[in-house]
Structure formats: structure tokens, C-alpha cells
Write a protein that binds this ligand. Structure first.
Ligand SMILES: Nc1ncnc2c1ncn2[C@@H]1O[C@H](COP(=O)(O)OP(=O)(O)O)[C@@H](O)[C@H]1O
Ligand SMILES: [Mg+2]
Length: 379
């Protein structure tokens, strides 16, 4: 770590009309700041090559009364992070990595202050909650057809009602991610133990067969540990070599400030997994290939177009209903064996896409949109 420069430098020369984008994250005692460092480095490199000033900003260093802030910059030659005084940002890209950090009062207060600030623009203000997403998408005729029937999982009577309507259910934590805490229930009425509960573990899943709904409910409660859950109609996903797959769509705003598709990837579920996440044994594959295998080439082409159009409609509705400025989101869309399209979730802090063509474009788009926001502000 370089020694810190105490006096406020004059940034006029450094700025030269450049837009300053700060990647917002949370401070950390042991490692200075949290978040995916390699993602931050990619962002800094991309932004600099596009003529931006880019740095990582810890929440505690976001001080509104100052013209320059303590930022972290990455030295590409020495491959080290250095603390520097940097100009106050025009744009703040929120990448606070954890929900727990985002709900700290000190963090909430700074984000609220950004919203009130006359010149700074912050995008992606918070993580989504799965229940809110379904409430928002239910509100619009354009997005309602894509959401599986969803209820809050509150008591055994509610679970029973859902099970009478759907013999296959997904139970998901409202604030979950990466498949954590997900369970499925399937009814096999002909069996002695008719309720089959599958719980997603690290890479595999565990199965419990229960004789009564009472027993099923206590097993679910034990597993959910009091966390808020939703119960959702299970969708019979299209499959490839008997493995289910779904689509991951990255939707970002472009240089005109409009929602646009950056890329569509596909994830195939691991052999004994109820989700398609790569860390849980899932695999990346080409959506066109998978769809063409399940349907046919012509239909696959149309489904992919439909997935893109649907994702844009959904992003618009989420932004409208959330009441906040959003710049990007990733979306999990499923296609059932009949070719119907379903929305599973959207994530306002998308993880890296490993498909290189999507990855590169996704980095550039952050700055296209940043430039748009910076200009929009002056108008
Ligand atoms: N209602 C559902 N029907 C069928 N599959 C589902 C359903 N909900 C989720 N899944 C599968 O589980 C995966 C993870 O669910 P998701 O809602 O995205 O939770 P997470 O936040 O943990 O990623 C999805 O990508 C999809 O493959
Ligand atoms: Mg997901």
C-alpha cells in the first residue's frame, strides 16, 4: 500500500471533462474493502480505456462535503491496490456485495443521501427480494403471464392450498441466491409416503419422503430455520440429455439509457440438482443448441427472440414498480417442455457471465450507461 496523500490535489487537469465513476462497496477490516476484486479490476481497466476515471469507493469514504474522496485504484503494473484521493464521482455504481451490508443503517443513510444529492447519480440501489419481484410483475398485464403462481410460505394451511393447486412446488428463501435454501415438493398420491421433499445441498440434493403434510411441514420448518420463504408453482423445464436447463439473460441499459439485451446464456442442471447453478454442478451451454434440441431450429430461434423481448418487458416493469434508477439486472428465465416462458428471478447485482462475448459487452455497457447518465444530468 502506498502512503496516503494528505492534501487535496487539484483535479482539473486529471479530469479534463472526464466522467468519474465510483464502484461502491463496503469497507472491510481485514482486506480494506469487500467485493469481487477481479470484477472491479476488469471494470477499472474497461472504464479507463473508454476515457473514464474509475475507482473503488468504500461506503465510509463517501463523504458528501468533500470534493475529493479516498478511493482505491488498481495499479496494473505492480498488480496492487493503492489508496488515493480521487475526484468526487458523477456516477456511483453500487456493488455492495452482501444483503447484510446493504441493510446496515450507516449504509442505508449514505445511499439515501446519494438519491437526494443534486449531481451524483447512483444506480442499482439495492438487492431485490423474491417476493417483491412477483408483486411488481403481477401489477402489469405485460409481465403477469410469465410469473409462476407464487405465495408467501407462512403456515401449513397455505402450503396445503398451494399443493392442492400444484403437485410440484419450489420453496425459495425471499433473500436467497445461488440456490441456497431451495427445496422442491412433489406429490406422488399413489405412494405410501406421498410427499417427496428435495433439499438442495452443496452439490447434490437430499430427498425425504413424508407420510403426512404435517410431517412435511415440520421438515420444511426445520430446514428453513425461520427465514422468509415463497412457495412457487414448479415448472417442468425443457431438458437436454435428461438434464433440465434454463436461461440467464443479462439486461443492461445502453448509451441511450434504454434497456437492452447484453447476452443470453444457458445453464444445465447438475445430475442430482434441483437448480442450474454452476457451483452446484450445473454447466454452461449455448441456448440455441439446447433449445433446438428440445424443440426445433425454427422454434428455438423464435423462443430466443421471445426470451429477449420478455426480459426487456420485465426489466422495465421491475424498474417502474421499484421506483428506483436501475442500470442492469440478470434474469433467470425458464422454458417449459411445451415452450412456454417463465420468470424465476432477477438479480440487481449480477454475477460475472463466463461467456466471453457477454462478459466484455457487459463491462462496456456499464460505461455507456454511465456516460448517458452523466450527460442526462447536465441537460
Ligand atoms: N418455479 C420453478 N420451477 C422450476 N424451476 C425453478 C423454479 N424456481 C426456480 N427454479 C430453478 O432453480 C434455479 C434457482 O432459482 P432462483 O429463483 O433463481 O433462486 P436463486 O436466487 O437461488 O438463484 C432457477 O435457475 C431454476 O433452474
Ligand atoms: Mg437464480
Amino acid at each position: 500500500m502506498d502512503s496516503f496523500q494528505p492534501e487535496e490535489p487539484d483535479f482539473r487537469e486529471l479530469r479534463e471533462g472526464k466522467t468519474v465513476l465510483a464502484i461502491l462497496t463496503i469497507e472491510d477490516d481485514a482486506q480494506q474493502f469487500r467485493g469481487n476484486r477481479s470484477n472491479f479490476i476488469d471494470l477499472i481497466r474497461t472504464g479507463q480505456s473508454m476515457g473514464f476515471i474509475v475507482y473503488v469507493l468504500a461506503v465510509k469514504n463517501l463523504v458528501f462535503s468533500k470534493r475529493s474522496l479516498k478511493g482505491f485504484v488498481y495499479n496494473m503494473e505492480t498488480e496492487t491496490w493503492q489508496q488515493r484521493l480521487m475526484p468526487f464521482p458523477n456516477i456511483i455504481y453500487n456493488r455492495i456485495p452482501l444483503r447484510e451490508d446493504e441493510i446496515l443503517p450507516a449504509v442505508k443513510q449514505k445511499i439515501a443521501a446519494c438519491h437526494r444529492h443534486p449531481s451524483v447519480k447512483l444506480f442499482n440501489p439495492f438487492f431485490f427480494n423474491k417476493w417483491d419481484l412477483f408483486e411488481w410483475l403481477r401489477l402489469s398485464k405485460t409481465t403477469k403471464p410469465f410469473i409462476p403462481s407464487t405465495r408467501k410460505l407462512i403456515n401449513i394451511a397455505g402450503l396445503h392450498r398451494m399443493m392442492r393447486k400444484h403437485s410440484y412446488l419450489y420453496l425459495k428463501p425471499e433473500s436467497g441466491k445461488a440456490g441456497k435454501g431451495i427445496m422442491t415438493i412433489k406429490m406422488h398420491t399413489e405412494k405410501q409416503l406421498p410427499y417427496r421433499l428435495i433439499i438442495q445441498e452443496n452439490k447434490k440434493s437430499a430427498t425425504y419422503n413424508c407420510s403426512t403434510i404435517g410431517k412435511l411441514w415440520s421438515r420444511i420448518q426445520q430446514q428453513s430455520g425461520g427465514e422468509a420463504y415463497i412457495a412457487q408453482q414448479g415448472i417442468q423445464l425443457a431438458s437436454y440429455n435428461e438434464r433440465r436447463f434454463d436461461l440467464r439473460v443479462l439486461v443492461q441499459k445502453n448509451q441511450r439509457g434504454q434497456w437492452d439485451i447484453t447476452g443470453v446464456g444457458a445453464r444445465i442442471a447438475g445430475a442430482s440438482s434441483i437448480t442450474t447453478h454452476v457451483p452446484r454442478g450445473g454447466m454452461i451451454d449455448d441456448p440455441e443448441k439446447l433449445l433446438a434440441h428440445s424443440f426445433n431450429e425454427e422454434r428455438a430461434r423464435k423462443l430466443l427472440i421471445k426470451a429477449k423481448n420478455t426480459a426487456v418487458l420485465i426489466a422495465k416493469q421491475i424498474e417502474r414498480a421499484s421506483g428506483h434508477l436501475l442500470g442492469e439486472m440478470s434474469m433467470d428465465l425458464g422454458i417449459d417442455s411445451d415452450g412456454n416462458m417463465w420468470f424465476f428471478e432477477a438479480n440487481s447485482k449480477p454475477m460475472k457471465f463466463d461467456e466471453p462475448h457477454i462478459r466484455q459487452k457487459s463491462l462496456e455497457r456499464i460505461f455507456h450507461y454511465g456516460a448517458y447518465l452523466a450527460k442526462a444530468k447536465q441537460a
